[in-house]
Structures are given as C-alpha cells and as structure tokens.
Design a binder for this molecule. Structure first.
Ligand code: OS5
Length: 233
C-alpha cells in the first residue's frame, strides 16, 4: 500500500524529503513527485502550490497516477481558537470551504447541491494520530478546519469563519483535498501546525514561523507513518 504525503509549499515537504530513502522523482503536470520509502513504507511526497485548485490537482494525481491508497496532508495553518498557539498541532475531524457561497439561492455557506458543508476525515487515521500523540506526550487538538482561497489576516474575517463553520483553524487547501479523497473513497488525514493567528500580525508571524511549524507537522506525520507500518505489520 502506497501512502501519499502532501503539503502546499516547499517548506512543508522539505523535512519529509530529507528523511526518504530510495528516492526517485517524476515531473508531472508541472509538479514534482518524490517516490521513496520511509521506515520500509512506500510513500509519494509532493507539494501542490498554494490554494484549493492546485491542491485538488495534486491530490487527484497522487491517487489516480501514483496509486496512493491513503493520503496524509502536512502543513501550517492560521489559528481561530484561542486555545491554539504558534507551533500547536491540530487534526481536522471535518473540513469546509469558507469561501464557497451560493447563499443567494438559500443555501448555507460552504454548501453546493450534492455536496456537504463539512467533510469528515478518516477516523482510523485520526486514531493513529492520537496514539502517536499519547506515546510522545504531544498535545493534539481536534476540530473543524476551514479552507478558502484567501490568506486571512483580518480579525473580522477570522471571527466570521469561526462562528459560521465552528472552525478552530483555517488554511487554503485541506477541504479541496477532502473533496477529492471523498470522491475517490481514499482515506485522508489533515494535520496542521499553527504558524499565525490569522489577524493583523499574520503576515509577520507566518514568515517567522513557517519553517519551524512546518517541521513540527512533518515530524509528526513521519511518526504516524511509523505507527501505520507497525499496525499493518
Ligand atoms: O498554503 C497557504 C495556506 N497555508 C496555511 C496558512 C494560512 N492560510 C490562510 N490564512 C492564514 N492566515 C494562514 N496561515 C497559514 C500557508 C500558505 C499561505 S500563502 C503564503 C504565501 C507566501 C509566499 N508568497 N511568495 N512566496 C511565499 C515566495 C515564493 C516565490 C516563488 C515561488 C514560491 C514562493
């Protein structure tokens, strides 16, 4: 079984690539895919580029071209919940699109006909994450992550997203990965480490903490791959 690990930005996958063995690379549809092994487990790693469209493209290719049967996303996010501080980890139990709006037709925010507002991530993979967190005494928050094609650096927009979707964190790719994996019936998991608080200081904090938070997330994902391998063995 091959596991896909994706991020959106180079910084989000570099700590993963460094740990791979037997690496080969393929350029496909203007992106680079790293096939290799970690702890004996076959993995395919890629960053999509920023935003929902690029993320959907990469998730589709990981599944349809590379044959991945599980997908783990690793990256950073802006915090909504006051509980979340820079460097903290959050796993998504559900993902929604905060910028999807056909409310003019009487539908709720984030909803399109034949879709759903919130897509649930795989419960088995969440259990794996909780086991890893317990073993390593890492605190893990679980909650809704809201996705949109917008870097949020505005307290009002942040508060609206939090209230409308009951969201704890926000980013720009997770829900589109969820849509793709749900459509192909591929179990998926979205992990984010907080890089900023999506408010006035967001740009500054993002630049300062992208690398360290991306590494925190990537290290946790690698521990999950070890746990998945052990569970399958
Ligand atoms: O992937 C985008 C979403 N990520 C999560 C995130 C987030 N999302 C929304 N609002 C927030 N407050 C968030 N905090 C964390 C992070 C990422 C945000 S977009 C950052 C763009 C930064 C950038 N722009 N140019 N470069 C970097 C340099 C560059 C130049 C050429 C090629 C590649 C990079």
């Amino acid at each position: 079984m091959k596991i896909a690990i994706m991020g959106a930005m180079p910084e989000e996958i570099e700590p993963l690539i460094e740990k791979l063995e037997n690496v080969t690379t393929t350029i496909y549809a203007k992106n680079k895919y790293y096939e290799g092994t970690y702890n004996g487990q076959e993995v395919v790693v890629a960053y999509s580029k920023i935003g929902k469209v690029f993320a959907a493209l990469t998730a589709t290719i990981l599944i349809e071209k590379f044959g991945c049967e599980q997908l783990l996303f690793s990256g950073v996010a802006g915090a909504i919940s006051d509980d979340l501080k820079i460097g903290d980890l959050i796993i998504a139990d559900g993902l929604c699109q905060h910028d999807l709006d056909i409310t003019a037709f009487g539908h709720p925010h984030g909803y399109v006909p034949e879709g759903e507002v919130c897509i649930a991530s795989d419960s088995y993979l969440r259990q794996i994450a909780k086991r890893v967190a317990q073993r390593k005494s890492i605190s893990l928050k679980e909650g809704v992550i809201a996705t949109g094609d917008q870097f949020v650096a505005d307290p009002e927009r942040k508060a609206w997203i939090g209230k409308t979707f009951n969201a704890d964190a926000l980013e720009m790719e997770g829900a589109s990965v969820a849509v793709v994996c749900d459509a192909f019936n591929v179990p998926f998991f979205i992990l984010r480490a907080i890089s900023d608080s999506a408010d006035m200081d967001a740009n500054f904090d993002f630049d300062a903490f992208l690398e360290s938070s991306a590494k925190t997330s990537a290290d946790f994902i690698l521990s999950m791959v070890e746990e998945i391998t052990a569970s399958n063995g």
